[in-house]
Design a protein around this ligand. Sequence first.
Ligand SMILES: Cc1cc2nc3c(=O)[nH]c(=O)nc-3n(C[C@H](O)[C@H](O)[C@H](O)COP(=O)(O)O)c2cc1C
Length: 386
Amino acid sequence: MAQPITCVEDLRVLAKRRVPRMFYEYADGGAWSESTYRANEADFRHVYLRQRVAVDMSNRTLATTMVGQPVTMPVALAPVGLTGMQHADGEILAARAAAAAGVAFTLSTMSICSIEDVAENSNAPFWFQLYVMKDREFIDRLIDRAKSAGCAALMLTLDLQIMGQRHKDVKNGLTAPPRLTLANIANIAVRPRWWAGMLGTKRRAFGNIVGHVKGVTDMRALSAWTAEQFDPTLNWDDVKRIRDRWGGKLILKGILDPIDAELAAQTGADAIVVSNHGGRQLDGAMSSIAALPAVARAVGSRIEVLMDGGIRSGQDVIKALAFGAKGVLIGRAYVYGLGAMGEAGVTRALEIIRKELDVTMALCGLRDVRQVNADTLAKPHPQFAA
Ligand SMILES: Cc1cc2nc3c(=O)[nH]c(=O)nc-3n(C[C@H](O)[C@H](O)[C@H](O)COP(=O)(O)O)c2cc1C
């Protein structure tokens, strides 16, 4: 009998077996040397929790709010491009799993299932992540589409005006859907669950783009369009313009520096996400958990601070909260679940993190996740002190 799945790492191992290499490595990869990607996970290990004993640990709660929205735990699903290539209809399945778990799902601009499709096929309002493209009319239409679909928040990503190179994607010739080269066919052929799912769905290209941009009707036109569309001129005036057009809850994602956090707070946005894009952009940047304390100190009293990068367990979530985050986003942790087992895998990833978070909180002597603060951390051994 197969071993039970007990942690996010088990889901990663299963996803690696079930998802074609090109898409598995798109998720399990970072920019250039991948040093920031690795640091995101590794730096959590230098943070120590404070164990407390003989404290009443009954009647615990993980419920809180994120961006004003009630959630059953301070964890949301991060925007992940091409989620529908990890598993057929991936965005819809992840949105459903998140809704059932009582947490927020964020749909990427670069999703396979479109905004309207996810809204029709899931049962809770989700957040929409926006990339700013040179085609501003397209961006305006995207904002309006997210509004019409009832999205509860707009998450504007600021750290991808230009793409960091990910060697694996270049080597694998990443496209969606995959080009049918001999190597790809051989790799996909031995992953029958994946291709059977893909044959059974029509959702195989960038749903938010194809049919919504003049001249982009097929894959060739689409790759040419996206390659030159990310806008290197993006600046704080654009952020304000987008804020005004959207008019709802606004989250600014990709802040790592306290000065940028200050500028972000001045826009009147509702929240920021301390993030280095999962180590996929500036290789050599600080890990998110290392960057978080200074940002939270600088702006935490004026704007909600969220963080992402390297969260693979409930212990990681508590450490981020202790450093001043109101909540976290998870990317790969749920993507591995999706690739491993579809909707059930996303549900499993969320259950694993919820259970770990709950027990960890109890062992720290706390009963309410909103009580987690700097006192939840042990003083580091001098060897690890900054
Ligand atoms: C495969 C993949 C695709 C991503 N696509 C997007 C995207 O389309 N938009 C975005 O803002 N962030 C994107 N991100 C970054 C995530 O939103 C998030 O910042 C990151 O995954 C957090 O790190 P973690 O994966 O270690 O949890 C992507 C991340 C991954 C792994």
